[in-house]
Design a protein around this ligand. Structure first.
Ligand code: ZN
Length: 326
């Protein structure tokens, strides 16, 4: 009888262990997608958030919950995201500030190993929050100057920091531009071509920040003929904050930019990497070449302005993509 009482719990333990393993293998990565306040209307998160959500969920790897933050001077009493319930927080939020308690909760979540992905508008956010700026490495606008840190860019193939005083954040007209991979062995970049064309987007330059624990995965040349800096500007970065992993993409202004196959691939991979430290996704078919934009019409058309652009007067972004007119 004694033998039986020992055997049964052992069997139970084995069964429970097997269930736990199977559960872990199939359960999607939990993502909290933050959006909300933007300066003016130029970062239209009402359009771009559903696109980012779709791009993650269509991989079958992610389950996305959206949380819309109040305006910086709004009422935060009902905005209490439980960060620890998620493996990664993706930010499409360009906000001026957060209350101290909320900042502290987010800092602890990332410091203790949470994942974070900052997309385009998110590097405009929170100029006066030191920990946030350490997480994103570099940012622009909202009054940032040399006190935010030096400018970071590539010169002669190397990352340099430039302490020249001045404002932070600039871009030219939204045109397609080439992405140059700087760290081809990083899991997010592995197997992608060394140079590829991004869909029309704002090419951010003169971004400033602490740049600590930052690895630049890819850059883009900022063309002086399009109000550019003449430097190779960081476009994709990974950073560490405590034990947390951060992926920062400076790309993704609007639906046209988010429809680029290079953006989609690095966003999907970067989010998986920030959550788990690994990338299981293969490069998709139809990846852009060094000379040709490759974009998803179904994504671009999630923007009502883009759809109108194809039937009537084209938006500049729609013109640059040159889709077939319907
Ligand atoms: Zn923008």
């Amino acid at each position: 009888m004694k033998r039986l009482t020992i055997t049964v719990p052992k069997a139970l333990v084995i069964i429970l262990f097997c269930v736990a393993v199977a559960h872990g293998a199939t359960h999607p990565i939990r993502v909290l997608l933050l959006d909300g306040e933007s300066a003016g209307t130029y970062h239209n998160w009402q359009v771009t958030t559903p696109i980012l959500k779709k791009e993650l969920e269509e991989t079958g790897l992610f389950e996305v919950t959206v949380a819309t933050a109040p305006h910086a001077d709004g009422d935060f009493s009902n905005f209490k995201p439980e960060f620890s319930r998620y493996q990664v927080v993706v930010s499409n939020l360009d906000s001026a500030d957060w209350p101290p308690e909320l900042r502290s909760e987010f800092e602890q979540y990332i410091h203790n190993g949470g994942g974070f992905v900052a997309v385009h508008a998110a590097d405009n956010a929170f100029p006066n929050w030191p920990a946030y700026n350490q997480m994103i490495g570099i940012g622009g606008w909202r009054g940032r100057t040399e006190t935010a840190g030096p400018r970071w860019y590539f010169k002669d193939g190397k990352l340099v920091s430039d302490p020249t005083p001045g404002r932070a954040g600039a871009h030219g007209a939204r045109l397609p531009f080439q992405i140059v991979v700087r760290d081809p062995e990083h899991p997010i970049m592995k197997g992608l071509p060394p140079v590829w064309m991004h869909a029309p987007d704002e090419l951010y330059g003169t971004l400033r920040g602490p740049g600590e624990n930052m690895t630049v995965l890819a850059t883009a040349h900022s063309d002086p003929q399009n109000k550019g800096t003449g430097n190779d500007e960081p476009m994709l970065m990974v950073l560490k904050y405590g034990t947390g992993r951060i992926f920062h993409t400076a790309m993704g202004h609007d639906a046209a930019a988010l429809s680029g196959v290079g953006f989609i691939t690095t966003f999907q991979r970067g989010t998986e990497w920030a959550a788990t430290g690994k990338v299981t996704q293969k490069a998709p078919a139809g990846f852009p070449t060094a000379e040709t934009v490759s974009y998803r019409v179904d994504i671009a058309e999630m923007d009502p302005d883009f759809r109108r652009g194809q039937t009537g007067t084209r938006t500049p972004a729609a013109n640059a993509l040159q889709p077939p007119l319907k």
